[in-house]
Design a protein around this ligand. Structure first.
Ligand code: G1P
Ligand code: ZN
Length: 545
């Protein structure tokens, strides 16, 4: 096998964001762009020479090309063994599980998560470390540093590998195993949940479900788990064939994008009882009932309150964690259970140390992400199974489970307003200005709301002492309401400003308000503090979740 050393020059924009390096496909298609970044990963993860790498992606456009490039570069860089998903497909949670199960050194995941795909869409690449979780900032910083000084990369000159069937072959000295993308993951799910109990829900006709795979990676997982192993109703999985462009859709499981699912659940006659969706790479989830939406922050709180009822969690919950912008619904549960609740910056990588150190069992984010110590990523199908198992135990609908939760703990009304494709310089300026004035806001009074705390969130990891600063501007009010402003770290076009708004109401008589109405006072305050509408000449947010 011939190894070529190719001369290249650095690209200044290879700094990984909240979740790996994410750019437009056309950007990745620039000569050497992908290769430079992959070489930088191999330089940092030099211990791959003695070990195993897991490789797969969400099947979006450029996935197949990138997989073949990475295989050839891995062989040229002396990687010992690669396990790659059939057809190059592996969900993010499946990669995390495979790394842990087979004690791999790490994994490369090709995905831009919930961003649209296709030749004009987005592509992404991220590295997960030996614990199965996203590489910490120390790793991604090192990759970035190398990418800034790179002058050459190594690649084998050899033919493409056939990824269509499970097989073992060699590329030079490197072993390549093409594995079934679903089997190991489905096995793990059977260990965590009571499959016979969930199955009886379906076989007895007590429950029908609809899972929207959004033409992304979870289709094969959902068919194997829900349809085959759990015998769910006919039509339980929709949009189940992974497509390179997600059929032109936006594979983000929320009310704005999972429209087919939502309309099925809201059709009064013949509507399934339970609805769910997952994103491009299978780590996000949305849970809905008939005409009923479960806010992801609430979902985490329900999980924390009930996990001990499920087989995989019968030891109880050691502690929980949520990202800063996630509502504090789970905090209420933790308080009543007497367990720790950690507040971390946005991004799953901050949960890794807490999980590894056995401080927490469950964690989640408002951005439709929840997970547990079973892997080191958020996990969409896992969350769906969690809810199904809970329904099987409680024999209640999604709505009734949620309502009884509010009755006991109070309700956190919650919304996120996204302003997309803003001018980046203007958006940075807004955050800078807010940061400069933030402490002076303390004590300010708005009708019914008084500010008691304002800061730019920073986090000291309690396990390794690493510090993350400037993670979001948070404003706390005396009645337990809260506003958070931050810029997205995953967008590929201009800047996205996220405004997170939360209001706590314990009185059950007020648990039936429409969310935007319940939050209208705070929405006005957020705008008067930031002046978003005038600054950016926007009438309304682009996306509301
Ligand atoms: C977004 C979400 C964040 C999540 C990340 C990756 O990041 O807000 O919670 O961890 O995607 O799925 P952001 O674009 O806000 O930086
Ligand atoms: Zn994702």
């Amino acid at each position: 096998m011939k190894i070529n050393t190719i001369k290249t020059k650095a690209f200044p924009d290879q700094k990984p964001g909240t979740s790996g390096l994410r750019k437009k496909v056309t950007h990745f298609q620039q000569q050497h762009y992908l290769e430079n970044f992959v070489q930088a990963i191999f330089n940092v993860a030099s211990n791959l020479k003695d070990g195993l790498l897991i490789l797969g992606g969400d099947g979006r456009y450029y996935n197949s090309h990138a997989i073949q490039v990475i295989l050839k570069m891995a062989a040229a860089n002396g990687v010992k063994h690669i396990m790659v998903g059939e057809n190059g497909l592996l969900s993010t949670p499946a990669v995390s599980h495979l790394i842990r199960k087979y004690q791999a050194i790490g994994g490369i995941i090709l995905s831009a998560s919930h961003n649209p795909g296709g030749p004009d869409g987005d592509f992404g690449i991220k590295f997960n470390i030996a614990n199965g979780g996203p590489a910490p900032t120390s790793f991604t910083d090192a990759v970035y540093d190398i990418s800034q000084n790179i002058t050459e990369y190594k690649i084998a000159e050899t033919k493409d590998i056939n990824l269509e069937q499970q097989d073992t072959c060699y590329m030079g000295a490197m072993k390549i195993t093409v594995i079934n993308s679903v089997t190991d993951y489905a096995g793990l799910m059977e260990e965590l949940f009571d499959f016979p109990k969930i199955k009886s829900l379906f076989t007895s006709g007590r429950l029908s479900m609809c899972f929207d795979a959004m033409h992304a990676v979870t289709g094969p997982y959902a068919k194997e788990i829900f349809s085959k192993r759990l015998c769910a109703n006919v039509g339980a999985v929709i949009n189940g064939i992974p497509l390179e462009d997600f059929a032109g859709g936006h594979p983000d499981p929320n009310l704005a994008h999972a429209t087919e699912l939502v309309s099925r659940l809201n059709a009064s006659a013949s509507a399934p009882d339970f609805g769910a969706a997952s994103d491009g790479d299978g780590d996000r989830n949305m849970i809905i009932g008939q005409n009923f939406f479960v806010n992801p922050s609430d979902s985490l709180a329900v999980m924390a309150a009930n996990a001990h009822l499920l087989p995989g969690y019968k030891q109880g919950v050691r502690g929980v964690a949520r990202s800063l912008p996630t509502s504090r619904a789970v905090d209420k549960v933790a308080e009543s259970m007497g367990i720790d609740c950690y507040e971390t910056p946005t991004g799953w990588k901050y949960f890794g140390n807490l999980l590894d150190d056995n401080r927490i069992t469950l964690c989640g984010e408002e951005s439709f992400g929840s997970g547990s110590d079973h892997i080191r990523e958020k996990d969409g199908i896992w969350a769906v199974l969690f809810w199904l198992n809970l329904i099987a135990i409680k024999q209640q609908s999604v709505e009734n489970i949620m309502r009884s939760h509010w009755l006991r703990y109070g309700r956190h009304y919650y919304t996120r307003h996204d302003y997309e494709a803003l001018d980046s310089a203007q958006a940075d300026k807004l955050i800078k200005e807010l940061r400069a004035q933030i402490t002076s806001l303390i004590g300010n009074n708005y009708t019914g709301y008084k500010i008691v705390l304002c800061d730019d969130f920073s986090y000291i990891d309690p396990v390794d002492g690493s510090v993350a600063e400037n993670q979001g501007l948070r404003i706390l009010f005396d009645n337990d309401s809260r506003i958070v402003f931050r810029l997205s770290g995953t967008g590929t076009e201009g800047a996205t400003l996220r405004v997170y708004i939360e209001r706590y109401i314990s009185d059950p008589a007020q648990h039936d308000l429409e969310t935007q109405t319940a939050l209208s006072g705070l929405i006005k305050i957020a705008n008067s503090i930031s002046n978003i509408k005038q600054r950016f000449n926007r009438d309304a947010p682009d996306v509301i979740t």
